[in-house]
Write a protein that binds this ligand. Structure first.
Ligand SMILES: Cc1ncc(COP(=O)(O)O)c(C=O)c1O
Length: 443
């Protein structure tokens, strides 16, 4: 092995190795040593037994579901031939086609195409519908994979302020039609896209519309069919994309489309051509998950109750939960070291969230994200709220509530406060709908 990443190597490096070496050193010498004060933003120690872990996206707690596990095992036992190939070579009538058709049926569309991940779905889709001449209007908080699709298509990004149809309209007036790209639920702050207004703008300005439903599939809509279905907008959205690594608790991605587009996509999208398809046992797991998800009204309702309990508790403490209305609930740490210290403090109480810093957020807008699940108990949520209460008054206290100019109306909290800590005045930090310098991105 070349000594390229070994800082202590005495071996001499040629100029390009030195260049790579200095990039690696920069991470250790600047990000870890200076920005994080010698600590690490992410906690890599496994949570202790009994800890509350709100860092996974397994919203409906399906990762160990016995029916899904059995479907995977049965498929593995019955596989007799290799399917290690790109999707475009898969024979007709296989399990992948069955899953795509059943998924499309739930979502009220003609067809769908299974991809290796949500990343591959988004990059492959944008790359195959946009080119150098295309304006792509994209919400600042849309997922990084959508930005990467724009980059790979060499299209022109036209970012608009988060959840601001007014800003989008101004850009459309200035620049003309193109493709509009949004998430239905934003993965860094849990806010919901004003889909009806976006759909209307797409119609008015003759734009194609892509909606990433990764964080609403399974959790929202009739039988978990997502927000587009909940709002009855199936016929007004051109493409919906999904990561199956959230409520579907597996590894995969999907795009809703027409049958004809599916054929085109398989031969046109680079991830589809140059990366192998999912394996049949993975797809068998998804097929069963699709059935389980449709029957999961009770866990879905429980998930919403749990999320509301956490949001209400944190709001009662005076924290700014950034306008979330969903199972994704964040506290804004601001500078990364604040989120790191917040993370350390919460771990003392055996509470685990997911700390996000650049490139998932802009500099100085790092976050602690909690993803709520249907299986978390009230007492676990109260433990999270109580641990967060210990952040009050600390030098790294998260951002407190303030009036945000473009915020949607907040829910009115009802009932007695469960917590003894009174809300305190707005503190440090700065969020809202200012245009940030870079894509605010997501995990
Ligand atoms: C909104 C959104 N889209 C796409 C992706 C990418 O999905 P995957 O992890 O399946 O590649 C994610 C996950 O990080 C996401 O949150």
């Amino acid at each position: 092995m070349l000594p390229i990443t070994n800082n202590t190597s005495k071996q001499s490096l040629h100029p390009f190795q030195t260049r790579i070496q200095s990039r690696v050193n920069e991470f250790f010498d600047t990000r870890i040593a200076v920005t994080w004060g010698g600590m690490h933003l992410i906690d890599r120690d496994p949570p202790k037994p009994g800890a509350v872990n709100l860092s996974t996206n397994d919203y409906l707690n399906l990762s160990h579901h016995p029916r899904i596990a059995a479907a995977i095992r049965n498929q593995l036992a019955s596989e007799h031939h290799s399917t290690l190939m790109s999707s475009l070579f898969l024979a007709k009538g296989g399990i992948q086609r069955t899953f795509e058709q059943e998924f499309a049926q739930l979502l009220g569309c003609e067809s769908s195409v299974l991809c290796q991940s949500g990343w591959a779905a988004n990059v492959g889709l944008i790359q195959s519908i946009a080119d150098e001449t295309t304006n792509v209007y994209i919400d600042f908080l849309a997922h990084m994979s959508l930005w990467e699709g724009i980059r790979s298509a060499r299209a022109t990004p036209k970012p608009f302020r988060h959840n601001s149809p007014d800003h989008l309209r101004r850009l459309l007036k200035q620049n003309g039609p193109g493709i509009i790209v949004v998430d239905s639920v934003y993965s860094t702050d849990g806010t919901i896209c004003p889909l009806q207004e976006i759909v209307d703008l797409a119609g008015e300005y003759g734009c194609a519309l892509v909606v990433d439903e990764s964080h609403s599939i399974g959790t929202h809509g009739p039988k978990g069919s997502g927000l587009v279905c909940e709002l009855g907008l199936e016929d007004r959205v051109d493409f919906r994309t999904f990561s199956l690594a959230k409520a579907f608790a597996g590894r995969g991605g999907l795009i809703t489309c027409t049958e004809r587009f599916r054929e085109y996509f398989l031969m046109e999208s680079l991830p589809s051509i140059f990366s192998s398809a999912l394996l049949p046992h993975e797809v068998a797991g998804f097929l069963e998950t699709l059935k389980v998800i449709q029957q999961a009204d009770k866990p879905r309702r429980q998930l919403q109750c749990n999320a509301q309990r956490l949001r209400d508790g944190l709001n009662e403490l005076g924290f700014d939960t950034l306008g979330t209305e969903t199972q994704i609930v964040c506290l804004m740490g601001g500078p990364e070291v604040n989120t790191l210290l917040m993370r350390q403090q919460l771990v003392k109480y055996d509470i685990h969230g997911a700390p996000f810093g650049p490139p998932a957020t802009p500099a100085n807008r790092s976050l602690m994200r909690f993803t709520v699940r249907s299986d978390v108990s009230d007492s676990d949520i109260d433990r999270v709220i109580a641990a967060c209460a210990t952040l009050l008054g600390k030098p790294y206290q998260p951002q407190m509530q303030k009036i945000r100019r473009h915020a949607r109306p907040r829910r009115i909290l009802t009932g007695p406060s469960r917590l003894t800590h009174p809300p305190i005045n707005p503190g440090h930090g700065n969020v809202g709908n200012r245009i940030p310098p870079v894509a605010e991105n997501t995990v």
